[in-house]
Design a protein around this ligand. Structure first.
Ligand code: GRF
Length: 217
């Protein structure tokens, strides 16, 4: 099967982007990172992408004051010109309109640093600590118009320790993010994920140990 062409959309440091780039270096990985796109010219991840030899594109959203769709039309054209099959949001800090999301239904993934549907939005680690949950983690899901919702592809869980600070908890979650995003993209690129009634059915999931990541205490 031909490798799927993937665009990663970033706004910042791009550590999840780097995890995907590293995974795609394996010739047996079913996806190729064809493009890294940023809405911020100063995103640190851009230099990391260029160093890895990946084409980058920048469209500064501040140039489109109030015209969200104008920005997204250029983004969409950029993706089409690069023959992109799958879009991965990786710390992309722009809300996307229903129009753009609809163009990429079941072909656009996002990673969120919490076990959805818990802790949608920002400051997830501080809220997890404050709430006293014992298990926290990260979720890769298909993007739907509602923020931090959409069919869940993979989740990874980590323990919350009594002596955790927001920073130590964030670091533990980030490490699991870097494991589950390449796994989720692999499943989608291999056409093993079917969305049925808002849920992801993973073909052959049980037969592959390691597909599900659970806390190590
Ligand atoms: C990650 O925690 C991700 O879950 C969230 O934004 C952060 C991006 O970090 N959506 P990085 O840019 O991938 O390092």
């Amino acid at each position: 099967m031909a490798r799927k062409r993937v665009a990663i959309l970033i706004s910042g440091r791009g550590s999840n982007m780097t995890a995907l780039i590293e995974a795609a270096k394996d010739p047996s990985y079913p996806a190729d990172i064809a493009l890294v796109f940023s809405n911020r010219p100063d995103a640190a991840g851009l230099a990391r992408a260029r160093a890895a030899g990946i084409t980058t594109a920048i469209v500064d959203h501040t140039q489109f004051s109030g015209d969200r769709e104008g920005f997204e039309r250029i983004l969409d054209e950029t993706l089409l010109a690069a023959h992109i099959d799958i879009v991965c949001l990786a710390g992309f800090m722009r809300l996307l309109t229903p129009w753009f999301v609809g163009r990429w239904t079941n072909r656009m993934l996002n990673i969120h640093p919490a076990l959805l549907p818990a802790f949608k939005g920002l400051d997830t680690h501080a809220r997890a600590r404050a709430t006293g949950v014992k298990i926290h983690g990260a979720t890769v899901h298909f993007v739907v118009p509602e923020m931090d919702s959409g069919p869940i592809v993979v989740q990874g869980a980590v323990p919350v320790r009594d002596d955790d600070t927001e920073e130590t908890l964030a670091a533990r979650v980030l490490a699991i993010e870097h494991r589950i995003y390449p796994l989720a993209l692999r499943l989608v690129a291999e056409n093993r994920v079917r969305v049925v009634d808002g849920r992801c059915m993973i073909h052959d999931a049980v037969a592959k140990p390691g597909s599900f990541i659970v806390p190590e205490i």
